[in-house]
Design a protein around this ligand. Structure first.
Ligand SMILES: *[C@@H]1O[C@H](CO)[C@@H](O)[C@H](O)[C@H]1NC(C)=O
Ligand SMILES: *[C@@H]1O[C@H](CO)[C@@H](O)[C@H](O)[C@H]1NC(C)=O
Ligand SMILES: *[C@@H]1O[C@H](CO)[C@@H](O)[C@H](O)[C@H]1NC(C)=O
Ligand SMILES: *[C@@H]1O[C@H](CO)[C@@H](O)[C@H](O)[C@H]1NC(C)=O
Ligand SMILES: *[C@@H]1O[C@H](CO)[C@@H](O)[C@H](O)[C@H]1NC(C)=O
Length: 339
């Protein structure tokens, strides 16, 4: 249990173009709660709870079949990276903000709060709409999620020393976020050049300012994952018909290079659940719709639905993150867990 001084910002998959290990405050032992911001990689039910009448395909079986045995609003067959992190830390699965918000107190915080929403962008939705990128899922961008966090904070702590105590003993996940800022324009046919020149610097800026604000509020340990190697995803392979593999990142790349070693017999680029085609991804027959079918054993696949990964893949990423060498420093050196 350390009083050692170490960089507390970690990257799972390199955060696009950001060097994040420049701050070096004190890190204290293990974590009593997790606060999380992000999108469909991390949402454990916020969009599900808020989408009363909307029937997105990921709200239907076989989503959730593996662990929860029902759809939970998670974009996978089972648990997500955040669920495995919580389990590793001996905490309950982090519940969605919308489930907790009406009755939140320091007493029933119970492991933390998850603000992530499927479809969320780093950039403000009104700004993106002005660029022609419309968000069909949510208005809850990173900034909105941060506002929600600041709104609930007074019900969790009153004095600044109280709040510092709470936040410094919490693990804060900032992301993955930003993927949708790129997905939407890419799908609409905007060029990579435009993305790199215009979107990327803005996304980095908003993530950085969010990190700064969280630190100002008292956050000490922030995990800032980079974007996934989206070029490997069936949705992009289907759209761009390319298998360019020059541009992909750390933890996940092990699966793609040695899939059999991890039990991924289903291949690296084909989705488990989908509506056919070379990558089993068809935007007119998405997983969860009646036109799609799922593989027998999702644990043999890296990709679940064309966009998101299987529980098995997320479990490996979480392991790499918690015990491996993909965070600097590794979480296990910060946290001597009894689990
Ligand atoms: C849900 O759908 C019902 C019937 O179609 C409608 O009356 C109701 O207003 C809708 N609720 C919301 C929150 O959109
Ligand atoms: C609110 O939380 C408290 C425990 O912290 C619990 O006793 C109470 O039943 C909860 N109320 C509702 C409406 O869920
Ligand atoms: C986002 O906000 C706008 C304006 O308030 C609203 O019209 C729209 O329905 C919202 N979109 C979603 C997905 O909630
Ligand atoms: C903060 O103060 C308010 C008002 O005095 C009180 O209702 C609330 O329970 C306090 N919250 C905490 C976490 O102590
Ligand atoms: C995609 O799904 C639609 C709807 O089921 C179907 O008509 C179409 O042929 C499929 N495309 C491919 C390439 O399988």
């Amino acid at each position: 249990m350390g009083s050692s001084s170490s960089p507390y910002l970690m990257t799972l998959l390199p955060l696009l173009l950001i060097s994040v290990s420049v701050f070096t405050p004190q890190v204290i032992g293990c974590y009593s709660s997790i606060f999380s911001f992000g999108d469909s990689i991390t949402d454990t039910g916020n969009l599900y709870i808020s989408s009363h009448n909307r029937s997105f395909h990921f709200f239907f079986p076989p989503y959730g079949e593996t662990y929860f045995h029902r759809p939970t609003g998670r974009c996978s067959d089972g648990r997500l990276i955040i669920d495995f992190i919580a389990e590793f830390l001996g905490l309950p699965h982090v519940r969605p903000y919308l489930e907790l918000k009406s009755n939140l107190s320091a007493q029933n915080l119970d492991g933390g709060v998850n603000f992530a929403v499927i479809g969320a962008t780093a950039l403000d939705v009104a700004f993106l709409a002005a660029m022609g990128d419309h968000n069909e899922y949510t208005n809850s961008s990173l900034g909105t999620q941060l506002e929600c966090f600041k709104e609930i904070l007074p019900s969790l702590c009153n004095t600044s020393s109280d709040c510092n105590k709470l936040l410094s003993s919490s693990l804060i996940l900032v992301g993955e976020i930003g993927g949708n800022d790129y997905n939407n324009p890419l799908r609409a046919g905007k060029s990579i050049e435009l993305l790199v020149q215009t979107y990327v610097p803005l996304v980095i800026k908003v993530i950085s300012s969010t990190i700064k604000e969280l630190i100002d509020l008292g956050a000490v340990t922030l995990l800032v994952p980079g974007n996934f190697p989206i070029g490997c995803l069936p949705i992009y392979l289907t759209k761009f018909q390319t298998s360019d593999e020059t541009n992909y990142y750390n933890a996940m790349m092990h699966f793609y290079h040695s899939p059999y070693q991890y039990g991924f017999m289903g291949g690296t680029t084909k989705a488990c659940c989908g509506g056919g085609g070379p990558y089993n991804y068809n935007s007119s027959a998405q997983c969860g719709s009646l036109k799609a079918t799922a593989c027998e054993n999702p644990a043999q696949f890296i990709n679940w639905d064309g966009m998101h990964l299987t529980e098995a893949a997320y479990s490996w990423i979480a392991k790499a993150l918690l015990k491996g060498k993909y965070t600097i420093p590794s979480i296990s050196t910060l946290c001597v867990s009894e689990v």
